[in-house]
Ligand binder design. Structure first.
Ligand code: 3PG
Length: 207
């Protein structure tokens, strides 16, 4: 089983995917993997999300498919049953983390304050999502956390794009960034997988 650190070290960018049509899940995942991004977060924000996770887990073995927007323990169990190999939540929830521990799901919980980061550290976690990154102060906040929260590493997510990702990736306490810009809705709807692969390859070359 991969640790969450293993997952985050696969590439500098973890695509955050909101999938409206399950039929797009496999070609989208293949396009991202072709560009070099293997860790994929499929968010539980659409009715087809679990189906999408199942399809990618079955059909795209090179992808490491994860589940995002986990809101409760039932989400954790359903996602693991669908084939999710890592989990992401917007915030820090002990119940979600307990369920993930029980299910053997590596977790990337969201934090936005030092107190939440410390609560995660008390559970032995050292890789956390900083969310929503840009709205919470972005690069200067993570830079300010580096010394007092030494030993913690972050995957900032939320409002990051190809232009701003390098500033995050240059920080010593940033392990990767998350973002949706590598899978633009227009390209997905049009089945423009070449564009997705190009954006993924550009993202994979960052850092
Ligand atoms: C989200 O909330 O959807 C993720 O944090 C991705 O954010 P983004 O769309 O700003 O990249």
């Amino acid at each position: 089983m991969m640790t969450i650190e293993d997952v985050c070290r696969l590439a500098p960018v973890v695509p955050v995917l909101v999938i409206d049509d399950a039929e797009t899940a496999v070609p989208l995942a293949q396009a991202l993997v072709a560009g070099g991004l293997r860790a994929l977060e499929i968010t539980l924000r659409t009715p087809v999300a679990l189906d999408a996770i199942r399809r990618v887990a079955d059909a795209v073995p090179e992808a490491v498919v994860g589940v995002g927007t986990l809101m409760n323990a039932d989400d954790v169990r359903a996602s693991v049953a669908a084939g999710a190999r890592f989990g992401v939540s917007p915030g820090f929830s002990a119940r979600i983390l307990d369920a993930a521990d029980e299910a053997g799901l590596p977790m990337l919980p969201g934090v936005a304050t030092p107190s939440e980061a410390m609560a995660a550290a008390e559970r032995g976690m050292s890789v956390l999502k900083f969310f929503p990154a840009e709205a919470n102060g972005g690069v200067p906040v993570l830079r300010a956390w580096a010394s007092p929260l030494a030993g913690l590493h972050f995957c900032p997510t939320g409002g990051i794009n190809a232009a701003t990702a390098p500033d995050y990736l240059a920080l010593p306490n940033v392990i990767c960034v998350g973002g949706s810009w590598v899978a633009p809705e227009r390209a997905v709807v049009q089945g423009d997988w070449d564009t997705v692969t190009r954006l993924a390859a550009e993202a994979g070359a960052l850092g």
